[in-house]
Design a protein around this ligand. Structure first.
Ligand SMILES: CC(=O)SCCNC(=O)CCNC(=O)[C@H](O)C(C)(C)COP(=O)(O)OP(=O)(O)OC[C@H]1O[C@@H](n2cnc3c(N)ncnc32)[C@H](O)[C@@H]1OP(=O)(O)O
Length: 550
């Protein structure tokens, strides 16, 4: 039986397990539900409000309580109080029900509570950036697993999604589960008996690497960069990672593996240094950010930037609050792009939120009056995702990194434009990196653009693209990928992904093939878990990686 034919059964099992896990978790929702407690003891809880309004229509004249809005205000007060004099702090601590943020110099949380136990690489020389600016110095947080062999050729570099830290897997210095815990370890897909696995916190982030919340060396007081931080490209992020590899003495990477934004980086790494990168795995990534993904990220940045606390990027310091409400809303939008409708149908359906656990109230659905704050279970889920993320990540990092994702385009004209721009800005300091001059084979191009079914003998999982007019850029994209022509590449995508739609994985595979790469493996998963499949489906995603690295 092929892996694809067992896929449905595996996914069904996975979905059932996850849905029962989620149901179990949803029954015990301490942090989320506590954030919905009314701000004043006299205000009714949502469930009370519903019950009262059902029982007595006259009360319908009253203004309802809006606990979801109260939660933003309470969070703001809590953050301010954490920076207040000790007396006030003590008072606030009694009210405080959440411990999501720890503070440093001001209400802006110190993100070190999210991750610790990483190593730091300092680079005290300038990094010349694609969009013309210079970072005079930088540091990268990184973690490693396994042992680097004597030849130093067994290293695998993992590239993360937008907001992940370097903590991909637990270890002695930080026993917390990592974001790819089940993929890394002895005998796992990234087998640490064989490989030396490295994961960095990306340049621009806030988990130890240089980003907008880092001190600005150009500022006499070394105040954080804020929006004075330079625009970054995906290539800049990879250049910083290569500096770390230089420092570790690694000239040859066994593989460059990335998911989501990391999928872009894995491609970018092989483009920048094809001789150094021996294999590429790109999971739920793409070779060119499409307009729909750009739009989804723009919407997130827009709500974030319209939070008055964002203050044009300058919210660090004792008298400021971070844009926590904007962050929460941005994360809500992001979560909608990370999962899928079919998964939520299975997991939440149209179920309404019931009474808070432990309240003793279990009204039937006919007793539940509609509420304007989270009401359906899916709403409370989205609300919870926003709530639990809004102080875990720096808003400016989200803005800068998501912008770098939008700018990513491996088309040859876009790469040449970037190259010219960089050389004009930095002159002799930088070397030119242009796509190789290849002439794309017109027969294979025609075949790729043809709506006809694949010929017998063609790789089973590669499908042809059906709408030539929508894919005018494919020849340019395949030329842009020419430096990867000799790199064995695995591409994995999920059919339910709406952020990096499956068409983008198919076109990446097709364009590599058109660029002359005869070592492309392509795998399409029918998991319902959307973009997050790469975090969840260890069996299929991990299985594909294991096979490719064997
Ligand atoms: C572009 C990029 O950034 S790429 C990466 C993008 N993706 C992410 O960043 C996703 C981050 N998410 C994670 O890491 C998740 O934990 C995953 C994907 C690993 C696992 O997901 P799942 O196990 O399905 O759990 P999921 O996060 O969906 O839901 C569980 C949480 O929702 C809560 N929840 C579930 N149902 C409900 C509900 N109806 N109402 C309120 N809360 C709910 C659970 O209590 C649990 O809360 P907790 O995390 O505080 O314990």
């Amino acid at each position: 039986m092929s892996w694809l034919s067992t896929q449905g059964a595996r996914q069904a099992l996975l979905a059932t397990t996850k849905s029962s896990r989620a149901a179990g978790k949803a029954r015990a929702l301490p942090s989320t539900w506590s954030s919905w407690q009314p701000s004043s003891p006299s205000a009714p809880s949502t469930s009370q409000h519903r019950l009262v309004s059902t029982a007595s229509p006259v009360v319908g004249m009253a203004t309802p309580a809006f606990e979801c809005l109260d939660a933003h205000e309470a969070r703001g007060r809590r953050l301010m109080a954490q920076h207040a004099p000790p007396m006030q702090q003590q008072q606030q601590q009694q009210e405080d029900v959440s411990n999501t943020a720890s503070t440093s110099s001001g209400p802006e949380p110190s993100y070190s509570f999210v991750t610790s136990g990483y190593q730091l690489f300092h680079h005290n020389e300038p990094l010349y950036l694609d969009y013309g600016r210079v970072l005079p110095e930088l540091q990268l947080a990184y973690e490693t697993w396994g042992t680097l062999n004597e030849a130093k050729d067994n290293a695998i570099l993992i590239h993360t999604g937008l907001s992940a830290s370097s903590h991909a897997k637990s270890h002695g210095e930080n026993p917390a589960r990592g974001w790819w815990e089940d993929f890394i370890g002895p005998g796992k897909a990234l087998d640490t008996n064989r490989f030396f696995v490295i994961c960095t916190n990306v340049l621009g982030s806030c988990y130890g690497s240089t980003g907008p919340s880092s001190p600005n060396p150009y500022d006499p007081e070394r105040a954080p960069y804020g929006s004075r931080f330079p625009i970054l490209s995906i290539f800049d992020m990879v250049r910083a990672q290569f500096l770390l590899l230089d420092h570790l003495g690694i000239d040859s990477l066994f593989a460059s593996i990335g998911s989501s934004m990391g999928g872009m980086q894995s491609i970018a790494a092989a483009h920048l240094e094809p001789e150094r990168v021996k294999r590429v795995v790109s999971i739920s990534g793409c070779a060119r950010s499409g307009p729909s993904s750009i739009a989804l990220r723009f919407a997130q940045r827009s709500v974030l930037m319209s939070d008055p606390n964002w203050n044009r990027g300058h919210y660090y310091g004792p008298d400021r609050l971070p844009p926590h409400a904007g962050m929460k809303l941005a994360r809500q939008i992001a979560t909608i792009t990370y999962r899928s409708g079919p998964e939520w149908e299975q997991r939440f359906g149209r179920r309404r939120r019931r009474a808070a656990p432990g309240s003793g109230q279990e009204p039937s659905s006919s007793e539940l009056a509609p509420a304007l704050c989270p009401d359906f279970e899916i709403e409370s889920y989205i609300d919870h995702q926003g709530e639990s993320f809004c102080l875990k990540y720096d808003a400016n990092s989200l803005i800068y990194i998501s912008k770098a994702m939008d700018l990513f385009d491996m088309s040859d004209d876009a790469l040449e434009d970037l190259d010219d721009r960089r050389r004009k800005a930095h002159g002799q300091e930088v070397a030119s990196i242009k796509p190789l001059a290849i002439s794309t084979d017109p027969t294979s191009m025609e075949e790729a653009l043809s709506p006809s079914p694949p010929r017998a003998g063609r790789r089973k999982h590669i499908r042809t693209l059906s709408s030539p007019s929508a894919h005018f850029y494919l020849p340019s994209l395949s030329r842009g990928l020419s430096r990867l022509a000799d790199t064995p590449t695995l591409i994995i995508g999920a059919q339910s992904d709406i952020l990096f739609p499956i068409d983008q994985q198919r076109e990446l595979a097709e364009c590599l093939r058109m660029a002359g790469n005869s070592q492309v493996r392509y795998s399409e998963l029918d998991a319902p878990t959307g973009h997050d499949t790469f975090l969840i489906d260890e069996i299929n995603v991990g299985g594909q990686i294991r096979g490719f690295l064997a």
